[in-house]
Design a protein around this ligand. Structure first.
Ligand code: FES
Ligand SMILES: [Fe+2]
Length: 451
C-alpha cells in the first residue's frame, strides 16, 4: 500500500501522522503540505504548544516598548513592563476581538481599542471602558476582562520566546542541545547581539515547513539553487571570482562539514575548517573576525561554528556567518507563509562591520536578496505542483545519509555529514509526535544513530 493510499484521517486519528510521516523510511506524504485539516491541527498542536520566537530583546529596551507579531495566526503583542520584565498578550480586544494595537512596533502607555474604546494598560489590565456607568450600569467586572496573556515567556541570549501551553517544559529544556549551537551565534564574545535596523516582512506561496526544514537540514540545495547568485556576487562583492563563488557550496571532504539533529526537532548544518579557497568575505570582516577570535574561544571554549544554517523547532531559523539573518516562518494557511526577518550583529561590532553585515544581508537574504529569491522560487514552485491530483500519490524522499548518522566527540547530539537529510528526518519525527499527541509530549521520540 502506498503511503498516500494508507492515509485515512478520520478512522484512526491516534496514529495518523505516524503513517503520513515516516522518517525512518525517509518518506513523507505530500498532504502535510496542503491539507487544510492538517493545517488547523498544526495551529493547535504545534503553534498552540511549542515555544515560538517572538522578538529580540533589543527591540523593546524601554518600558512601554512593544513589538507586534503572531504566534501561528494569532496576533500577539510583546511588551516591556515597567519593572523591566517582558510580557506578551493576545492582541485582541476582549469586547469584540479587534486588535488593541495596530502598529508594528513603538512605545505606548496604554493600548486603546479603536472600535469602542476599551483601554488596557501595558500589563494587559482593562483600565477604561466608555459608558461603564450608564451603559454597563457599573456591572462589568473589568478585572475579569484583561488581555489574554501568553502562558509562558522566557528569553535565551536576548531571544524572546513564548508558548500558549502552561504545561510545556521550560524553554531551556525545549531547546535541549541546540542551545550549545545557538551560543555560537548569539553569545560569541559575551557582549550579546542586537537587531540592526527594522524588520523585513513579506508573504509568499509555500507551506511553512518547506522553509523550516530547509534551514534545519539543507545545505544540499546551495550548490544548485544558489550557484548563479554566487556567481553574480549576491553578497555585494565588488569583484567577482567565479571559481571561488562556485566553490562556496561545493562538496568538501567528509570531515569538513557536519549536521546536527535534535530529538526535539531542531537542526543545524555547517562547514568547518578553513574557508574555501578564494573566500570572498570582505577583508575588514575577516580581520575583525580574527581580532574577535580570542574572545570567542574565551566565551565558548573553542572557535565554534564559523557559519551555517539552523532551525529551532518549529519556525525560528537563522544563518550565521556572513549573512547574519534571523527569521520566523509564520504560517498563513497550508499554502502560504509570512516571513519576519531581522539582521543581527554582535553588540561589540564596530560601525564598519555593521555596515558590511547590513549590505550582505540585504543582498543575500531579504525581500531583495538573491539567495532569498532562489529559495522562495523553489518553495512557491513546489507548492504549485502540490495542487495536482496525481502527484499526491508519491511521497517525498528524505533518505540522504540514512544509516550513516553517528555521534561525534567534538559536538553534542546526533551528527551527520553536512550534505544529509538527518535533521529534516529529526524535524518531522518530532512534528509527527506532536501532531499525534493530545498532551504535550515531554519525552522526545526515540531514535538513535546506528553507529
Ligand atoms: S472591540 Fe474593542 S472596544 Fe469593542
Ligand atoms: Fe537557500
Amino acid at each position: 500500500m502506498s503511503i498516500s493510499e494508507d492515509r485515512n484521517v478520520t478512522e484512526r486519528p491516534a496514529g495518523r501522522f505516524a503513517r503520513l510521516v515516516r522518517p525512518d523510511e525517509g518518506l513523507i506524504d505530500r498532504s502535510i503540505f496542503t491539507d487544510e485539516d492538517i493545517y488547523q491541527l498544526e495551529l493547535e498542536r504545534i503553534f498552540g504548544r511549542c515555544w515560538l520566537f517572538l522578538a529580540h530583546e533589543s527591540q523593546i529596551s524601554r518600558p512601554g516598548d512593544f513589538f507586534s507579531t503572531t504566534m501561528g495566526e494569532d496576533p500577539v503583542l510583546v511588551v516591556r513592563q515597567r519593572d523591566g520584565s517582558i510580557a506578551a498578550f493576545l492582541n485582541s480586544c476582549r469586547h469584540r476581538g479587534a486588535r488593541v494595537c495596530r502598529a508594528d512596533m513603538g512605545n505606548a502607555k496604554a493600548f486603546t481599542c479603536t472600535y469602542h474604546g476599551w483601554a488596557y494598560d501595558t500589563a494587559g489590565a482593562l483600565r477604561a471602558v466608555p459608558n461603564l456607568s450608564d451603559g454597563y450600569h457599573n456591572e462589568l467586572d473589568t478585572r475579569q476582562w484583561g488581555l489574554v496573556r501568553v502562558a509562558q515567556l522566557d528569553t535565551y541570549k536576548g531571544l524572546i520566546f513564548g508558548t500558549w501551553d502552561p504545561t510545556a517544559p521550560p524553554l531551556i529544556e525545549a531547546l535541549g542541545d541546540i542551545a550549545w549551537y545557538m551560543d555560537g551565534f548569539f553569545d560569541r564574545d559575551g557582549s550579546g547581539t542586537e537587531v540592526l535596523g527594522g524588520v523585513h516582512k513579506w508573504m509568499f506561496k509555500g507551506n511553512w515547513k518547506l522553509a523550516a526544514e530547509q534551514f534545519a537540514s539543507d545545505m544540499y540545495h546551495g550548490q544548485t539553487s544558489h550557484a548563479s547568485a554566487m556567481m553574480a556576487g549576491a553578497q555585494g562583492l565588488d569583484e567577482v571570482d567565479e571559481r571561488a563563488a562556485a566553490q562556496q557550496f561545493s562538496a568538501k571532504p567528509d570531515n569538513l562539514g557536519r549536521q546536527f539533529s535534535s530529538p526535539l526537532g531542531h537542526g543545524t548544518g555547517w562547514f568547518d575548517g578553513p574557508p574555501a579557497e578564494g573566500d570572498t568575505t570582505p577583508l575588514a570582516e575577516r580581520e575583525w573576525e580574527e581580532t574577535q577570535r580570542e574572545a570567542r574561544i574565551r566565551q565558548l571554549g573553542a572557535d565554534r561554528r564559523p557559519g551555517g544554517h539552523t532551525t529551532v523547532f518549529p519556525t525560528f531559523s537563522y544563518l550565521q556567518g556572513r549573512m547574519s539573518t534571523v527569521r520566523v516562518w509564520h504560517p498563513r494557511g497550508p499554502d502560504q507563509m509570512e516571513v519576519y526577518s531581522w539582521i543581527l550583529v554582535d553588540k561589540s561590532a564596530p560601525p564598519e562591520i555593521r555596515d558590511i553585515k547590513r549590505r550582505d544581508a540585504i543582498h543575500s537574504f531579504s525581500p531583495s536578496g538573491l539567495f532569498e529569491q532562489d529559495d522562495g522560487e523553489n518553495w512557491a514552485g513546489i507548492q504549485s505542483v502540490l495542487r495536482g491530483r496525481i502527484q499526491r500519490r508519491y511521497p517525498f524522499n528524505y533518505q540522504m545519509g540514512m544509516g550513516h548518522e553517528h555521534h561525534d566527540p567534538d559536538v553534542p547530539g546526533n551528527i551527520g555529514y553536512v550534505f544529509d537529510e538527518m535533521a529534516a528526518r529529526g524535524f518531522y519525527r518530532r512534528y509527527a509526535q506532536m501532531m499525534d499527541s493530545e498532551l504535550y509530549p515531554n519525552e522526545p521520540p526515540e531514535w538513535a544513530p546506528p553507529r
